[in-house]
Write a protein that binds this ligand. Structure first.
Ligand code: MN3
Length: 202
């Protein structure tokens, strides 16, 4: 077994009332675990690839053997996306640091950024993710990806993602994706987003 669930650094109820404990538990122990298990199964016959951290595996996506590309996209993407998801959630973190300055420069204000990010995330049809990325030209950009496609596959760095799969919000928010987005914005770990940003512009 090469890939494993990352340790969750907080309890399932740590993000209440914005993200409920039951959703956190199922999301982490069932959904994320399934991506990890299926990725490991697919790479059993590829020992060289198993040595790569999942982010590096996704960066090499276009040169991977054709027969494992779909699995790496779905389950490697799922593993990487969710590993970032847990790290980027925390209550009571202020919007500050380098990333806050760059966001204001690029989008005009925090509110305009939030509005555009939410609009893009809500426009995901079916399952997918909304993202703030650092693109290949080192510019901030808001994009969406379908399913578990990772921005890393296209050479972009994911800074902040929002999981728009129903498993991420349906127990608490039902079909109301707008309140889910409002609650998500209350638990963004800007300290971690800032850390990724600073490492990525080096
Ligand atoms: Mn998910």
């Amino acid at each position: 077994m090469t890939y494993a669930l990352p340790k969750l650094e907080y309890s399932y109820d740590a993000l209440e009332p914005f993200i409920d404990a039951r959703t956190m538990e199922i999301h982490y122990t069932k959904h994320h675990q399934a991506y990890v298990d299926k990725l490991n199964a697919a790479l059993e016959s590829y020992p060289k690839l198993q040595g790569l951290v999942v982010e590096d595996l996704l960066k090499k996506f276009n040169s991977l053997p054709k027969e494992i590309q779909t699995t790496v996209k779905n389950h490697g993407g799922g593993h990487a996306n969710h590993s970032l998801w847990w790290l980027n959630l925390k209550k009571n973190i202020k919007f500050e640091g380098e990333i806050s300055k760059e966001i204001k420069k690029k989008f005009g204000s925090y509110d305009k950024f939030k509005e555009e990010f939410i609009k893009t995330a809500l426009s995901v049809f079916g399952s997918g993710w909304g993202w703030l990325i650092l693109n290949k030209d080192k510019n901030l950009e808001i994009i969406k990806t379908p399913n578990q496609d990772s921005p890393l596959m296209e050479g972009n760095v994911p800074l902040l993602g929002v999981d728009m799969w129903e498993h991420s919000f349906y127990l608490k928010h039902g079909p109301n994706k707008t309140t889910y987005m409002e609650d998500f914005f209350k638990v963004i770990n800007w300290e971690n987003v800032n850390k990724i940003y600073k490492n990525s512009i080096k």
